[in-house]
Design a protein around this ligand. Structure first.
Ligand code: ZN
Ligand code: ZN
Length: 239
């Protein structure tokens, strides 16, 4: 079913391209219909994954493992800067989903090369709240997850987590609590006993969102939660 949907999407993409030409989401160059990024941007975006801490997914020099994250391992294909940042911002502001599909494909290839990841039971995209999803028209984490699923054959599970707006009165909270209050995730009641899950999101910054979601998935019984993200934020650059 997933495969059929994906094939239909690709046919749709071909037809769509006749009317709206395909462009690189990072530099806005024209592309042929079946490419997601131009050659130049693809080379600039992809990082050496061995630079990342295998557990937290941040650059090794900025490891955040000490903050007791609830996910077990993490990976990203890009740093959230320059072309990759453009690609993800374009995905939020317009309907050009190329960067998400490109990232999902690359993450899927990573999963296939790692037997502990490939043996996972489901891919869970970090949810958006209903209002934001309605306004944008789609959840970018779902775009990445569905392409990962196409590459790996691991099903997407959209029935594990929901995101709601915080319910406490905002003005009684300080700035940090306000931020937390607007990001509240809840389980949807599915039993995940013994399951191995790949959690999927677009950007890894502090790890808080992924950690909170992983914690809920584990409360629902998940044994292992890996995190796959398109881009990881690094503060300092090595020139
Ligand atoms: Zn480009
Ligand atoms: Zn780490």
């Amino acid at each position: 079913m997933v495969t059929l949907m994906n094939k239909l999407q690709k046919i749709g993409r071909f037809c769509f391209d006749i009317v709206y030409p395909n462009r690189c989401p990072c530099c806005n160059e024209f592309l042929v219909w079946n490419e997601y990024l131009c050659d130049k941007c693809r080379k600039k975006v992809l990082i050496d994954i061995s630079e990342l801490c295998r557990k937290c997914g941040k650059h090794k020099k900025e490891c955040i493992c000490a903050s007791l994250l609830k996910y077990d391992e993490a990976v990203a294909i890009a740093y959230y800067e320059d072309e990759a940042r453009n690609g993800l911002l374009v995905m939020k502001d317009s309907r050009n989903k190329n960067f998400g599909i490109f990232a999902g494909e690359r993450l899927g290839q990573y999963v296939k090369q790692n037997s502990s990841w490939q043996s996972c039971d489901g891919i869970v995209p970090v949810p958006m709240d209903r209002r934001s999803k309605f306004l944008r028209g789609y959840n970018q984490a779902e775009v990445i997850a569905s392409e990962m699923s196409f590459v790996t054959g691991i099903p997407v599970m959209n029935n594990c987590l929901i995101k709601t707006h915080g319910y406490r009165v905002q003005h009684t909270l300080n700035a940090e609590d306000r931020k937390k209050n607007t990001e509240s995730f809840l389980p949807m009641g599915l039993d995940l006993e013994g399951m191995r899950i790949i959690l999927c999101d677009d950007i890894l910054t502090t790890g808080n969102t992924l950690s909170r979601c992983a914690e809920i998935l584990k409360m629902c019984g998940a044994k292992t939660v890996y995190a796959a993200v398109a881009a990881t934020v690094r503060r300092k650059r090595e020139e």
